[in-house]
Design a protein around this ligand. Structure first.
Ligand code: NDP
Length: 297
């Protein structure tokens, strides 16, 4: 099912590591070349507006990572940072202004928004063609319709990893744990579009293990540290762990218990270094594609 050799084939051996950092580097190199070509052909620099409302320490870290990646590939970023907050009408006004600005090709509205702001209304106020996160209802609808233009970054990153390692999806028994709008639901659609047989699990699923144990491809985005143990993984499965959780000890872990899962899986993404780097890389890819479309390239 997976191209390439296992690190070692025995029962007690570790699975092949699906190296998201390496795949992200490749995506970013391609984006960098694409950005240079856009600049050559149009004279314009693909530009991302970064909107942060409120004072969230983790959001600041995410934004710093995204801006660093943008700088690396030659995408310009412009900051609209409101640590002290913005009223909903002010936020909608800012988004309208960015929508109308031809020098801005992508709008990154960092979530969460502070309480008092309506996230759904704000996301829907972003022009669909500038929605580089792919969260706008129209872009999610196009994904559902089977004609996606912009795909949410994390599920797009999962697909990129699977494709990079040649994971066969057609006919595969795929189980997605988690049904959020930003990860689980779009990921299930992408897998379905590639002809996997997809089961979605959530908090009301009876007997989660009965489902996960069937999975040839198990994707976990539950936001619960190590909720999937090795005993819940089918022998020889490919496991994609989207989760990022910091334990009280300070250790970063996924939603899958890596050590036990790696003994049964054929291949597995680590945390950190798996899906995380892909999310940022796919945001850059979406920004480049948005710029190309707006510049008619
Ligand atoms: P949400 O909290 O929005 O959704 C979690 C989903 O998992 C829900 O659908 C929930 O079910 C389900 N779930 C929770 N606990 C269980 C359980 N015990 N058994 C079965 N299903 C369960 O999370 P997100 O989708 O936003 O994120 C998921 C994880 O991915 C988080 O750890 C987050 O940090 C990480 N993440 C990582 C990214 C990256 O770049 N690598 C990007 C985005 C997220 P229900 O709907 O019934 O409540």
């Amino acid at each position: 099912m997976v191209r390439g050799d296992l690190l070692c084939p025995g029962e007690e051996c570790m699975a092949q590591i699906l190296d998201g950092k390496a795949v992200a580097r490749k995506v970013l190199a391609d984006v960098k070349a694409g950005v240079a070509a856009v600049k050559d052909r149009s004279g314009a620099t693909p530009t991302l507006a970064v909107v942060l409302v409120g004072d969230f320490p983790s959001s600041k870290i995410y934004i710093a990572n995204k801006k660093k990646a943008a700088a690396e590939v030659g995408i310009a970023s412009r900051d609209f940072l409101y640590a002290e907050g913005l009223s909903q009408p002010e936020l909608l006004g800012l988004l309208r202004q960015l929508n109308a600005d031809p020098a801005i090709h992508g709008i990154l509205l960092q979530l969460p928004l502070p309480s008092g702001c309506d996230e759904g209304e704000a996301i829907a106020a972003i022009a669909p063609e500038k929605d580089v996160d792919g969260f706008h209802p129209m872009n999610l609808g196009l994904l559902l319709a089977g004609t996606p233009t912009v795909v949410p970054c994390t599920p797009a990153g999962v697909m990129e990893i699977l494709d990079h390692y040649g994971v066969e999806l057609k006919g595969a028994e795929a189980v997605v744990v988690g049904r959020s709008r930003i990860v689980g639901k779009p990921l299930a659609q992408l897998l379905l579009a590639r002809h996997a047989t997809v089961t979605m699990c959530h908090t009301r699923t009876r007997d989660l293990a009965a489902h996960t144990l069937r999975a040839e491809l198990l994707c976990v985005a539950a936001g619960r540290p190590q909720v999937i143990t090795g005993a819940m993984v089918r022998e020889g499965a490919v496991v994609v762990d989207v989760g990022i959780n910091r334990l009280e000890s300070g250790r970063l872990v996924g939603d899958v218990e890596f050590e036990s899962a790696a003994k049964r899986a054929r291949a597995i993404t680590p945390v950190p270094g798996g899906v995380g780097p892909m999310t940022v890389a796919m945001l850059m890819k979406n920004t480049l594609q948005a710029a190309r479309r707006q510049l008619g390239l």
